[in-house]
Design a protein around this ligand. Structure first.
Ligand code: GLN
Length: 535
């Protein structure tokens, strides 16, 4: 059985538990351990697939097609491992499986209850997610004291009995607020949230204290005394200029050694964090800056394009430029002169999205980029709108002229395939997860990837309509990637343009700080060239 690090949160949400979990994972991996991370979300949705990006930020998709919480993106970026469906649990998932078993008669007439049936199911999933690992990190979403989190806290309490107390660590992430009027940091909310944890029977081994001001030793001693942890287990985490510095500061505070000691694992081999230091340095101190217009439809929500934003920064780290991302509301481009709004940009990124709102603005941005030779990268819906723009304005294929017009799409060059049409009422029409793709030799994409065979993750319903492929290609659009399994166009390019690449998949999901996604890397390189030539 694996060992476990359980991460809970206290006082308020948004304390960066996900980043903490990812950073602990990164540190333990650097110590040579086999690690993974499991996210537990106490909401009733079975997965994040149905959640609105305005409410919950981006949906992160795994290779095996699970639609998960965006924290899984942090985990993959920090521990550089590919996660799967089993790395994400929700209340909805647990209850549906327990209820299904009940209907099947699996409980042999017993009364089915939260304890033990729900809590057992949770523990079994935790154990399954940890199988074959040295350490599994488990992040419990929400805040201690939430009603919906109770069964999960009870389950992780029981895990200490199952796995043995020496094989589990409880790490509580909490807030030490600074009161402006008193000019003081306050420990009381932390004391209360630890009391709440102890009431359920969990004694945290360490406290990760988020604070805006430095904590002195006296304060750490006080927290230690009230919360029953050794003073060295009170870890201070100040707001960082970049999340990629968190592994470095947690290590400086001794968190990884503390965890290893608690788990009975060797802790005297210093981890080599030089690649994190390099990432941080290049992120914070680049000599130049590129401005990227992010033309989206969920731009008001700061997490709606989280992985896209990170992938752009990874490209910047790789080319030693700061990436200044300027959000442009796609709808604002409708009925106004796109050049006025987009002139500042050294590159234009059109991300994914659902529904028709804003698509005309995306099309206007694609036209502006194509006509003015401005680097552009389109992702999923972005790629689809680049194709529509090309069909309309270069091929002069007007939707009104087409008998094949599909009311669900704005132009027949992007369509629902027949087999999907038949499934429409069932809702199960989405292409999800990793698909293999063959690249066309001599294209920018092939050059960027450095290989002709790739796999990328998908999350969409509509596809490039092969009925139009020849007409679009004859007009100059280059098909640079095709899904090997199903003859679907996955990447389009415009030869001769500085960088005009649209991908049907979400490349951002596989980008890592030390290994930027090839298309984001190529895009930022082109944007940097554009910026330098402009000067
Ligand atoms: N709405 C488009 C589709 O379903 C694009 C989806 C996306 O961008 N993820 O195909």
């Amino acid at each position: 059985m694996s060992k476990y690090v359980f991460i809970t949160g206290g006082v308020v949400s948004s304390l960066g538990k996900g980043i903490t979990a990812g950073s602990i994972g990164a540190l333990l991996k650097k110590r040579g351990l086999k690690v993974s991370i499991l996210k537990i979300d106490p909401y009733l949705n079975v997965d994040a697939g149905t959640m609105n990006p305005f409410q919950h930020g981006e949906v992160f998709v795994t290779d095996d097609g699970a639609e998960t919480d965006l924290d899984l993106g942090h985990y993959e970026r920090f521990i550089d491992e590919t996660l799967s469906e089993k790395n994400s649990i929700t209340t909805g998932k647990i209850y549906s499986s327990v209820i299904k078993k009940e209907r099947r008669g699996d409980y042999l007439g017993g009364t089915v209850q939260v304890i033990p049936h729900i809590t057992n199911d949770i523990q079994e999933r935790i154990i399954r997610a940890g199988s074959g690992l040295d350490v599994l990190i488990v992040e419990i979403g929400g805040t201690v004291g939430d009603i919906e989190g109770q069964p999960f806290l009870e389950a992780i309490r029981q895990m200490a009995v199952r796995a043995g107390r020496g094989n589990v660590v409880y790490c509580h992430v909490t807030l030490i607020p600074y009161l402006e009027a008193a000019k003081e940091l306050k420990t009381k909310p932390t004391q209360h949230s630890v009391q709440e944890l102890r009431r359920i029977g969990i004694l945290p081994n360490m406290l990760v204290c988020r604070t805006s001001h430095p904590m002195d030793q006296g304060m750490k001693n006080k927290i230690a005394l009230f919360c029953d942890v050794p003073p060295e287990a009170v870890i201070e985490v100040r707001d960082e200029p970049t999340i990629y510095n968190v592994p470095i500061s947690l290590h400086r505070e001794g968190l990884d050694a503390l965890i290893l000691k608690q788990l009975g694992l060797p802790y005297d081999n210093e981890p080599d964090l030089s690649d994190w230091a390099r990432v941080v340095d290049r992120y914070l101190n680049p000599p130049e800056e590129v401005k990227i217009a992010l033309v989206g439809k969920y731009v008001q929500h700061k997490d709606a394009y989280l992985s896209v934003v990170e992938a752009l920064h990874h490209g910047g780290i790789s080319h030693n430029v700061r990436v200044n991302i300027v959000s442009v509301e796609a709808e604002d481009l409708e009925g106004s002169d796109p050049a006025e709004i987009l002139r500042f940009a050294d590159g234009i990124l059109i991300p994914g999205g659902f529904g028709e709102r804003g698509v005309e603005g995306m099309i206007a941005a694609a036209k502006y980029a194509r006509e003015n030779d401005v680097p552009i990268l389109g992702i999923c819906l972005g790629m689809q709108m680049m194709v529509v723009e090309f069909a309309r304005n270069v091929c002069r294929l007007h939707e009104a002229h087409s008998k094949e017009m599909n009311p669900a799409t704005i132009h027949p060059v992007i369509h629902l395939m027949e087999e999907q049409e038949n499934l429409r009422d069932l809702g199960g029409t989405m292409r999800l997860g990793a698909y293999p793709c063959d690249l066309t030799e001599g294209t920018k994409s092939a050059e960027a990837y450095g290989t002709l065979h790739i796999t990328e993750r998908h999350r969409h319903r509509y596809e490039f309509n092969n009925a139009y492929r020849e007409r679009l290609e004859n007009a100059g659009l280059k098909v640079a990637g095709v899904c090997t399994e199903r003859d679907l166009v996955e990447i389009v390019e415009l030869p001769g343009h500085k960088w005009y690449v649209g991908g049907q998949f979400h490349g951002e999901l596989k980008s890592r700080p030390v290994r930027p996604h090839p298309l984001f890397d190529g895009f930022i390189k082109a944007a940097a060239d554009y910026m330098r030539n402009k000067q």
